[in-house]
Write a protein that binds this ligand. Sequence first.
Ligand code: FES
Ligand code: FES
Length: 184
Amino acid sequence: MTSTLDINGKAVVVKAAPETPLLWVLRDELGLTGTKFGCGMAQCGACTVHVNGDPVRSCVTPIEALAGAKIATIESLGGTHPLQQAWVKHDVPQCGYCQSGQIMSAAALLAAAKSPSDQDIDNAMSGNICRCGAYQRIRAAIKDAAGLTAAPVVAAPAAKPVASNDVDDEIAAASGSTSRGVGQ
Ligand code: FES
Ligand code: FES
């Protein structure tokens, strides 16, 4: 038995059983490996694609539920989408594993809300987990892509250089001696 799916604007015939999650059809049958497997339980967002414009977890969506639906994957953005450009500009990814899902959720948000508020962003992105903690850069990139002022990511202040005598003094203070007269 075969099924026909509308993926990235093309009608695609697939052989997978109807109950097969879309994620495995994308990755294993069609070679669209930009969509990632994280948890397999709709908990992490790594597998996010669009179905009729809405962000959907492909790991728990059987293809039998997608007849007539328009499916879009990260490959549909083509690498030049404003979000992808903003992602590069803000150096968002760390390990990168969550990022295609993050971008797909953000793309659905911007398609629905041209000027999302911080709350809109939080609501839209709350289901996408980033184990590397890139959340500040993700938010900045979304705002940039939306044409909003992106809050700069604040770097941690540089550590104050410590003179070697200061270290000696701290050690000495802790031991009850002076740095220049330890043991005297
Ligand atoms: S792999 Fe689908 S939500 Fe985690
Ligand atoms: S960049 Fe590593 S999980 Fe998000």
